[in-house]
Structure formats: structure tokens, C-alpha cells
Design a protein around this ligand. Structure first.
Ligand code: BES
Ligand code: MN
Ligand code: ZN
Length: 503
């Protein structure tokens, strides 16, 4: 699939279908909408007059317009809500609604007119990211009734805009959109197919294709490093654990003097049954997506390798299954992490923090001074924030604010939860240094308080994506299932850090 930017007029654009943004209560009495309305013999003003279409977010009106003044033979109006609230998130959704809807009508080449104000490159990027995300379907293993239609070309049209900026935005959008869908595809894979070994192979393929260095640590290497916390989780499983370590290095010519190293660390539990503290059966099948943090790291690294920012980035993903067996870690057992910290395991279902503990420590060993970890860590986060906001917590307010700001740029929402030192009291153990559960209260925060023990002496932020990484319902702009949340924000964060670094 090709993604291009076009500065042609919407009337002239060569595509089978044209999608145009329309705002709430907008009339076709000026500008592009008027031009188009005239070209199609008043169809747009008619559908507005009859109150069939009022431009509300997610609304659509679809026409066949052959024989009209439009080169495209089909026209789709997409409601985008209030014009004042039309920002990155809405522009991206508009792109998604356009591609999903028109694919459903068997269009192969589409043009999208976003009608947004602001930087052309950013607008083009947002549209293409959305359009590509809109095409993701979770039905990979269906053999019948499969949505297997594809688009050949998506064009963003902004009449008269700078061609280079348009093209660059479209290309960036393609890279990022494909990275997000790659993460979603991994998240959607069943645990039976995507074991830690296979996940590591997928990461190796990405590294080879896009030129990243990669190192996959096996069980023996982890034993040597003393990663008793991570290995305590994988003990119950026949599938061996893997620690994926990827690195992006900017080329020497573009590299600037760099203080410190950023690491992305992502939870990679390829299936979470809860272990001996077995989960109830209801919805357990969803626990295949408990490796979304790892998939987010790999997806973000894939995008970074192509976008080539001027700063190095480390990606670390501790991968394991969490299963019960005669060898499994039991509640009451004590694990010793790589740092020497002893952990009383109260509940084997609080395994994400156990694998992250050693992964964060390892990232530090490799020189990381700034760490962002992401994990489907707690059910409690969905109770607190639902599937709208990703929880963010950490020890460096400047870093947290930057991540939240990067999220705003690309249209992803984060909400900070507090992480006062007092919460650490809840994870003190009677017989070891800490325990892996902090009681009923503030579950998302005490999970973060656990990680904080291992992130000491770094600038650290933690994203709990358990609520936002999976969509229970389909939207006009995206399928249900894995959302690929945070990939876009992390890429934006890294690029903006690189820009601040002087490039
Ligand atoms: N992977 C789960 C968290 C989760 C729950 C993610 C629902 C997505 C949807 C995690 O490993 C877990 O089981 N957490 C426990 C922690 C508890 C035992 C302290 C939880 O949230 O119930
Ligand atoms: Mn669990
Ligand atoms: Zn889990």
C-alpha cells in the first residue's frame, strides 16, 4: 500500500473515492465545501438541509457522484465534531473512518481531505497514521468471512500545500501507522502461537529488516546474571523465557553529544494464567495480550529505526509465560532479583512487576539513565481510568510531563496517578525486603511502587496500559481488539527529545 501527499485540488484528484471532513453544524456555503457542493450539484447542502447529516463526530454520508464535476466517482463526508476541538486525535480518527468505510465499499484508491489548520507535515502524518490504523483487522485466523480487502493507495489532499512537507508527513505516517499495526498484530496473537521464543524471533526479524542491533538472552544467561525475579515467573512453564534487548544507534554523522541513554522496557507475558494463583476462567483468553508492553517496545523500535532520530534508544522486553505446574513458584516463595532485593511472592498473578524488576535493572546495567516502561500491569487501572486514559506514574515529573505532552501531540491520553513514598509501606514484607502485592487499596499505584524500587537513581516513568491496550468495541475508525496504544506517543517523545538534543 502506498501513502502519498497531494497538493492538487479535490476536484482533480485521481482516486476512486474522496473523503472530506465536515464539522458540526457546518453549511456548505464557503471554501472547499462550497466548491465541492457545486461540483456535485448541491448534494452536500441537500444532505445538510434535510438534517440527515450534521457533522457530528463519526457520522458519515456517502454518495456516488459519477458524471459530476469531481474526478473521484464517490464522495464520503465524514463528521468531525466541533471545529475548535479538531486536533491530532480527531484528525487521526477521521483518517481511520475514511479508510475503513471506503475499504468496505471496495475502493482501492482513496483521497482524504482533512481540512485541518496547522502544520501540513503533522496533518498529513496524522491522517495517514489514522488511515493505516483504520485498516487493521483482528481476524487473521478466520478462513471465512474475512475482511481481506486492501487499499492500493491512500492520498492526503491539501490543496496548494507544500509538496515536500505533505510527502514527508505521509511517509512518516506510513512508518508510524505500520509500526502501530505491527504491535497490534503481535498483541492479538494467541499464546499458543506467540511463545517467548517466537516473540524474540519476531523482534529479530524487525531488527534485521530495519537495521537495529539485537541480543536475545536465554535462560542460562539470565541465571548467570542472577535474574531470580524474572526466572521465578517462568519456572512453571515448559517454554523458556527470553530477554529481548534491541538497540537503535544514530549514525555517527548525525549523532550529537549525548548525556545518558533512554530505555523503553515492556512487559512480555505471552500468556498470563495467573500461575498457581490461577485466574478465574472468564475472559482468561484475553490474557494473550499480556505481552503488549513488549510488542509496544518492538513496534516503537521499528518506527525509530526508520525515522532515525539523533539519539540512541535501548529497548528491553522480558518475555515469559505465567503458568501453573509442579515446578511453578508458589505463593509464599521468596525470589532474589538481579539487584539482590528479596521478594516475597504473595500472589503469582502479580507477575508483570516481577519480570519488569529484572528488566529495569538490566536496562540500568546497560547504561540507561532514563527509563520508560509500559505494561498491562493491573486490572485496577481499568477500574480507575477505563479504556480512555493510560495511567502514568514515575519519579521524574519533567519526564512525565514530556510523555503526557507527546501524547497530546499525537492524540493519546495519559493521566498521572500519584506515587508518594508512603505507598511503598504497602509492599513491605515481614520476611523479605518487599512483597509483590500491596493489598486491595490503590493497586495500580502499589504496582508502580514495586517497580520504583528497581528504577532508583534513574529518571523513570511507568505506563500502565492494561485498560487502553484493548478495545472491547469497534469504532468507525478502528476495529475492536488491540489498539497499539503508546507506540505513537513514544515515537513522538523520542523524536522531540532528539530535537531538543539539537537535531
Ligand atoms: N496481566 C494482569 C493485569 C491485567 C488484568 C491486564 C486485566 C489486563 C486485563 C496482571 O498480571 C495481573 O494479574 N494483575 C493482578 C495483580 C494482583 C494479583 C495484585 C490484578 O490486577 O488483578
Ligand atoms: Mn497476572
Ligand atoms: Zn499479567
Amino acid at each position: 500500500m502506498e501513502a502519498i501527499g497531494s497538493s492538487q485540488s479535490c476536484k482533480q484528484i485521481d482516486a476512486q473515492a474522496l473523503a472530506v471532513a465536515v464539522f458540526k453544524d457546518e453549511k456548505a456555503d464557503g471554501g472547499l465545501l462550497k466548491t465541492l457542493d457545486e461540483a456535485v450539484g448541491g448534494l452536500i447542502s441537500s444532505v445538510i438541509q434535510t438534517e440527515e447529516f450534521a457533522g457530528k463526530a463519526g457520522e458519515t454520508a456517502y454518495f456516488h457522484v459519477s458524471g459530476s464535476g469531481l474526478k473521484a466517482r464517490r464522495l464520503l463526508l465524514i463528521g468531525c465534531g466541533e471545529r475548535d476541538a479538531y486536533k491530532a486525535a480527531q484528525i487521526t480518527q477521521m483518517g481511520g473512518t475514511a479508510s475503513r468505510f471506503l475499504r468496505g465499499k471496495n475502493a482501492k484508491t482513496i483521497a482524504i481531505a482533512p481540512r485541518a489548520d496547522g502544520e501540513v507535515e503533522k496533518i498529513a502524518q496524522a491522517v495517514i497514521v489514522g488511515a493505516i490504523m483504520g485498516l487493521f483487522e483482528p481476524d487473521k485466523y478466520r478462513t471465512k468471512d474475512k475482511e481481506n480487502r486492501e487499499l492500493d493507495r491512500i492520498a492526503v489532499v491539501i490543496e496548494g500545500a507544500d509538496k515536500k512537507a505533505l510527502q514527508q508527513g505521509a511517509e512518516r505516517g506510513r512508518i508510524i501507522g505500520e509500526a502501530v499495526n505491527f504491535t497490534r498484530d503481535l498483541a492479538n496473537e494467541p499464546g499458543g502461537f506467540l511463545t517467548p521464543t517466537i516473540l524474540a524471533q519476531r523482534a529479530q526479524k524487525v531488527a534485521k529488516k530495519f537495521g537495529l542491533s539485537i541480543d536475545v538472552l536465554d535462560q542460562r544467561q539470565m541465571e548467570k546474571l542472577g535474574m531470580g525475579s524474572l526466572l521465578g515467573v517462568s519456572r512453571g512453564s515448559d517454554e523458556p523465557p527470553k530477554l529481548i534487548v534491541m538497540k537503535y544507534e544514530p549514525r555517527k554523522a548525525t549523532r550529537r553529544k549525548q548525556n545518558g541513554l533512554l530505555a523503553l522496557v515492556g512487559k512480555g507475558i505471552t500468556f498470563d494464567s495467573g500461575g498457581i494463583s490461577l485466574k478465574p476462567g472468564e475472559n482468561m483468553e484475553l490474557m494473550k495480550y499480556d505481552m503488549t508492553g513488549a510488542a509496544t517496545v518492538i513496534g516503537a523500535m521499528q518506527a525509530i529505526a526508520q525515522l532515525k532520530p539523533s539519539i540512541p534508544v535501548l529497548g528491553v522486553a522480558p518475555c515469559s509465560e505465567n503458568l501453573p505446574s509442579g515446578k511453578a513458584t508458589k505463593p509464599g516463595d521468596i525470589l532474589t532479583a538481579m539487584t539482590g532485593t528479596t521478594i516475597e511472592v504473595i500472589n503469582t498473578d502479580a507477575e508483570g512487576r516481577l519480570v519488569l524488576a529484572d528488566a529495569i535493572a538490566y536496562a540500568k546495567k546497560l547504561g540507561a539513565t532514563q527509563i520508560i516502561d509500559m505494561a498491562t500491569l493491573t486490572g485496577a487501572v481499568s477500574i480507575a481510568l477505563g479504556d480512555i486514559n493510560t495511567a502514568i506514574l514515575g519519579t521524574d515529573q519533567v519526564l512525565i510531563d514530556k510523555v503526557i505532552g507527546a501524547g497530546k501531540e499525537v492524540g493519546e491520553k495519559f493521566w498521572q496517578l500519584p506515587l508518594d513514598n508512603e505507598y511503598t509501606n504497602q509492599i513491605k514484607s515481614d520476611i523479605a525486603d518487599i512483597k509483590n502485592v500491596g493489598g486491595k487499596k490503590a493497586g495500580t499505584i502499589t504496582a508502580a511502587a514495586f517497580l520504583k524500587e528497581f528504577a532508583v537513581d534513574t529518571s523513570w516513568a511507568h505506563l500502565d496500559i492494561a485498560g487502553t491496550a484493548w478495545g472491547d468495541t469497534a469504532q468507525p475508525y478502528r476495529s475492536k481488539g488491540p489498539t497499539g496504544v503508546a507506540v505513537r506517543t513514544l515515537v513522538e517523545f523520542i523524536e522531540s527529545s532528539a530535537r531538543q538534543n539539537g537535531n
